[in-house]
Design a protein around this ligand. Sequence first.
Ligand SMILES: [Ca+2]
Length: 207
Amino acid sequence: MEKKNSSGAVAVSSKDEKGMKMDGEDRMSTLQKHVAFFDRNNDGIIYPSETYKGFRAIGCGVALSAAAAMFINIGLSRKTRPGKSLSFRFPIEIKHISGGKHGSDSGVYDTEGRFVPSKFEEIFQKHSRKNSNALTSEELSAMLKANRVPKDFGGWLASWVEWKILYRLCKNKNGVLRKETIRAAYDGSLFEQMAAERASSLAKKKS
Ligand SMILES: [Ca+2]
């Protein structure tokens, strides 16, 4: 269930999210939902091993999943654990995930990780040329360039990696990333679908 707050951003009830309840909070932001898929045991913390398993579950290979786990957990651990010292287990705290937001992005998540529908629509208004409800590889690259904040190299890299992985895994047979796919990536429901499809295709192969 999604509810709009006064700023038009969307907050999502935590009851929808695998029964997980955040400490002292009764709602998850869309950004929290986006990452909650990777919290494999639903304790509110994502360890590198969980990031790895999550990437494997959606169909990424061993090398990409391992690289993603390192890149994401080392990059986000300190930012999502305000006031705590560095942990070499590199945990990510979901309740503070908005602290891990990077620059040079599309602005679809606001500073608190809530979904901003107008920014989402803007992606397609500005960058879709061939099909108003999808992005081609070239359109995606143009969007990444347009979003770059000068000298924000960390943000450039993070955006590039996120979108290129999404494109590589989720483009359709015509080589485009559809709007509804991108929408589902933002709230993490895409990952649940991908994992379910992969599990069922693996089960079919075994039988
Ligand atoms: Ca966990």
